[in-house]
Design a protein around this ligand. Structure first.
Ligand SMILES: Nc1nc2c(ncn2[C@@H]2O[C@H](COP(=O)(O)OP(=O)(O)O)[C@@H](O)[C@H]2O)c(=O)[nH]1
Ligand SMILES: [Mg+2]
Length: 440
C-alpha cells in the first residue's frame, strides 16, 4: 500500500449496522475543499463541534455534529474532520459516497493510524497498541494495552537500550584508542551491563505468552487418543453437555470451540477428534482440521485414558506435539501415574485443578518483574533476538575482543531500535496494518 498523505481519506470509525450514532472520519491535506462539497456547517478549524448537514445530489442525507481538528494536533497529524451522524447504515453509505464524489478516497485498513505513524504522532509500539486496546479481552489486557498506547512501554524499551549505548561507546573508544587508554568501564562493568539487559529482554520475551493471553485471550486445544474422555472433559470445563460423548470411538469428528472464562482470563477451548488410523474420509478430514488448529493453539492439553498413558499411541502424539499439560482422565477407574494431572470427567474430580493448571500455564509466567510486558509477537521476537545478541557480545568480549563484541552489540541495538519504529520498512508496516479494520 503506497500512502500519499496529501489525499483526503474517509472511513466510518464505528462498526456497520444500525446504532444510535455513527462516526465518520476524514483526514488529509485539502480537507476544506472536500468538505465544502458535501457538508454545510459553521464549524471552525480547531473550534468546538458544531451542527452540520451532509448532502448529496439527491438532497440532505442527515444532520449531526462536525468537529474540525487543526493539524498537527490531531490523531493523524493532518487536518481532520469527525462527523457524528445518526447510525443508519444507509446514511453512512451515502455520506461515504458523497465524500468520495467530493474528492476523498476510501481509507485502507489502518490508514489513519498509519498516517499518525508517518507524522510521528505514534511509534510502532503505540500503533500496535491501538489494535490491542480495541481488542483487549480482559481488564488486565486492557491495562497492558493502555500502557503500550500511552508510551510507557516505549519508554521502557528506551530505558533498556540506554545503558547499552554507554557500553557501545566504551567498546568503540577501546577500538579507536587501544585498550590501555581511557577505559571508562572495565570488563566487569561492561559484562554486568550487558547481562542485565540480556536478562530483562529474555524475561520480557518469555512473558509474552502471558501478556498475549491477557490481551487477545488464548486458544487451548484438547488432544489425545480416541475415547480418552476429551469431549467429556470439554463439557465439564464449559459447564454444560455441549460435545457429544459416546463409548464408540470416533464420535467427535468436527472441531468444537467454546469460550470459557478462567477467573477473568478469556479462553477458547477446542475439542478435537481423537487420534487413530481411520478409513472414514470424514473422520480423516476432521483429524486434518484438528492438526491445523492445534498448530495455532496457544496451549495444548494432552488427554489420555488413565490406563493407557504409556501406550504407543500416546507416545506417538507426545513425540509429534509439544503438549504443555498432560491429563490422565478416568481416575474413578484407576489411579493416575506421576507427572500427569488426574481427572475424572465422571465424578468431576480434578476439574478445578485442571482449570487452575491451564490458567497457570498461560499467565503464570507473566513478566511481572520487568516493566517490559509485551503482547505483540513482533516485539517478543525482537527481544529474543536482542537477548541472544547480547549473550553473544558478552561471550565475545573476553574471547574475541572489543571489535567482535561491538559488532554483536550493534546488531542488538538495531533489533531494539526496530521495536519502537526507527524501523518503518514497508514489510513491517504492511504486516502490522493488514490486521486493522477500516476506520482505524
Ligand atoms: N469411567 C469414566 N469414563 C469416562 C470418563 N470420561 C469419559 N468417559 C467415558 O469414555 C467414553 C469416551 O468419552 P469421550 O468424552 O467421548 O471421549 P473422547 O473420544 O476423548 O472425546 C464415554 O463412554 C465416556 O462416558 C471418566 O472420567 N471416567
Ligand atoms: Mg470426543
Amino acid at each position: 500500500m503506497r500512502v500519499a498523505p496529501v489525499t483526503v481519506v474517509v472511513a466510518a470509525a464505528t462498526p456497520p449496522g444500525a446504532s444510535a450514532l455513527a462516526l465518520i472520519r476524514l483526514s488529509g491535506e485539502g480537507l476544506d475543499s472536500v468538505l465544502a462539497r458535501f457538508v454545510r456547517s459553521g464549524a471552525e478549524v480547531g473550534g468546538a463541534p458544531r451542527r452540520c448537514e451532509v448532502f448529496d445530489a439527491q438532497g440532505t442525507i442527515d444532520d449531526g455534529l462536525i468537529w474540525l481538528g487543526k493539524a498537527p494536533r490531531t490523531y493523524t497529524g493532518e487536518p481532520t474532520a469527525e462527523l457524528s451522524l445518526h447510525g443508519n447504515p444507509r446514511i453512512v453509505e451515502r455520506t461515504l459516497e458523497a465524500a468520495v464524489a467530493a474528492g476523498a478516497r476510501l481509507a485502507e485498513p489502518g490508514e489513519f493510524t498509519r498516517r499518525a505513524l508517518l507524522h510521528g504522532k505514534l511509534d510502532l509500539v503505540q500503533a500496535e497498541a491501538v489494535l490491542q486496546v480495541a481488542e483487549a479481552r480482559s481488564d488486565r489486557g486492557l491495562a497492558l494495552a493502555r500502557e503500550a498506547l500511552d508510551g510507557s512501554l516505549s519508554q521502557a524499551f528506551a530505558a533498556l537500550r540506554e545503558p547499552l549505548l554507554d557500553v557501545a561507546a566504551e567498546l568503540e573508544a577501546r577500538l579507536d584508542l587501544g585498550h590501555d587508554e581511557l577505559v571508562m568501564l572495565d570488563d566487569d562493568a561492561v559484562d554486568a551491563a550487558l547481562a542485565l539487559a540480556e536478562t530483562e529482554a529474555r524475561e520480557a520475551a518469555e512473558g509474552h505468552r502471558a501478556s498475549r493471553a491477557w490481551v487477545h485471550g488464548a486458544r487451548v486445544a484438547l488432544v489425545g487418543p480416541v475415547n480418552a474422555g476429551k469431549s467429556s472433559l470439554f463439557n465439564q470445563l464449559v459447564g454444560r453437555p455441549r460435545a457429544l460423548v459416546h463409548a464408540s470411538a470416533g464420535t467427535t469428528r468436527d472441531v468444537l470451540e467454546l469460550a470459557i472464562d478462567l477467573d477473568g482470563l478469556q479462553v477458547t477451548l477446542l475439542d478435537t477428534a481423537g487420534e487413530r488410523q481411520t478409513d472414514d474420509p470424514i473422520e480423516a478430514a476432521g483429524l486434518a482440521l484438528a492438526a491445523e488448529l492445534v498448530d495455532e493453539a496457544d496451549l495444548v492439553v494432552l488427554v489420555a485414558p488413565v490406563e493407557s498413558t504409556d501406550d504407543p499411541v500416546v507416545h506417538a502424539i507426545e513425540a509429534r506435539l509439544d503438549a504443555d499439560l498432560r491429563v490422565a482422565n478416568g481416575v474413578d477407574r484407576a489411579p493416575a501415574p506421576t507427572g500427569w494431572l488426574a481427572t475424572s470427567a465422571h465424578t468431576g474430580e480434578g476439574i478445578g485443578a485442571l482449570r487452575q493448571a491451564i490458567r497457570e500455564a498461560l499467565v503464570g509466567r507473566e513478566a511481572r518483574a520487568t516493566r517490559l510486558q509485551v503482547a505483540s509477537r513482533r516485539q517478543a521476537a525482537a527481544l529474543h533476538g536482542a537477548a541472544d545478541l547480547l549473550a553473544e557480545a558478552r561471550e565475545a568480549l573476553p574471547l574475541a575482543g572489543p571489535a567482535a563484541a561491538a559488532d554483536a552489540l550493534t546488531e542488538a541495538l538495531e533489533a531494539l531500535d526496530g521495536l519502537t519504529g526507527a524501523d518503518t520498512r514497508e514489510d513491517v508496516l504492511s504486516r502490522l496494518f493488514e490486521r486493522f479494520c477500516i476506520g482505524k
